[in-house]
Design a protein around this ligand. Structure first.
Ligand SMILES: O=c1ccn([C@@H]2O[C@H](COP(=O)(O)O)[C@@H](O)[C@H]2O)c(=O)[nH]1
Length: 240
């Protein structure tokens, strides 16, 4: 990936049902972060029109984590491109045919809409899971092994990168190379609590390990002064 500036790396998760609050966060933060991530909570509440109203022309990561049969996922990806996202994602565990269909749909729709093709990412293992959780759902191998296996499959299926935890960045850089995008949630500055995230690192640790983009929600949006939290994170990244 081309070299990103500290502020371009940070994508803020707008996890809220409150449209006005999301719009206020965008207005507060737009100068100090690289873009905004819309996930299931906001999208289920406000749909595509809410996304347009709130995020406007700022870089958008549409984090809807599609996981369905190839035809359904391809159609959803085509529909998603009307929002002109910079990146979107599917679950890598949806399999090769599904990921190939998603990548092809993104290529075709971008051409039809005469826009830049978004990065299509595979979600590997959610950052809220650890080895014990994977064993419980019957996955073979520890988190690092499963993440590498899914990331290699995502790459072979034509995806541009993966969503992974910071703990797997170094191993994925070796396995998938320098140009494979690593988009990383599970980011916790030293002054914040982990909450439901189990595989975490600080922003500086994640970038030093080789992350491209950092997805950060509550450490910024839950701070009494979100703009100041974003600035503290940016300062931390400038020192890497
Ligand atoms: O493995 C994953 C995939 C996606 N997410 C999303 O990232 C943000 C993280 O928010 P925090 O408040 O910083 O924990 C959230 O929207 C998740 O849906 C993830 O955390 N882990």
């Amino acid at each position: 990936m081309s070299r990103l500036t500290p502020h371009e790396r940070v994508l803020v998760a707008l996890d809220t049902q409150d449209l006005e609050r999301a719009a206020a966060l965008v207005s507060d933060l737009r100068g100090s972060v690289g873009g905004f991530k819309i996930g299931k909570e906001f999208f289920t509440s406000h749909g595509p029109d809410g996304v347009r109203a709130c995020v406007g022309s700022h870089p958008l990561f549409l984090d809807l984590k599609y996981h369905d049969i190839p035809n359904t996922v391809a159609s959803a990806v085509r529909a998603a491109l009307h929002l002109h996202p910079q990146m979107l994602n599917v679950h890598a565990s949806g399999g090769r045919a599904m990921m190939e269909a998603a990548a092809e749909a993104a290529r075709e729709a971008a051409e039809d809409l005469e826009m830049d093709r978004p990065l299509v990412l595979g979600v590997t293992v959610l950052t809220s899971l650890d080895d014990a959780d994977l064993a419980e759902i019957g996955q073979q191998g520890n988190t690092a092994e499963v993440v590498v296996r899914l990331a290699k499959l995502a790459k072979a299926s034509g995806l541009d990168g993966v969503v992974c935890s910071p703990k797997e960045i170094a191993i994925l850089r070796k396995a998938c190379g320098p140009d494979f995008a690593l988009v990383v949630p599970g980011i916790r500055p030293s002054w914040t609590a982990s909450g439901d995230q189990k595989r975490v690192m600080t922003p500086a640790e994640a970038v030093a390990a080789g992350a491209d983009y950092l997805v950060i929600g509550r450490p910024i949006t839950g701070d009494p002064d979100p703009a100041s939290a974003a600035k503290r994170i940016r300062a931390e990244l400038e020192a890497v």
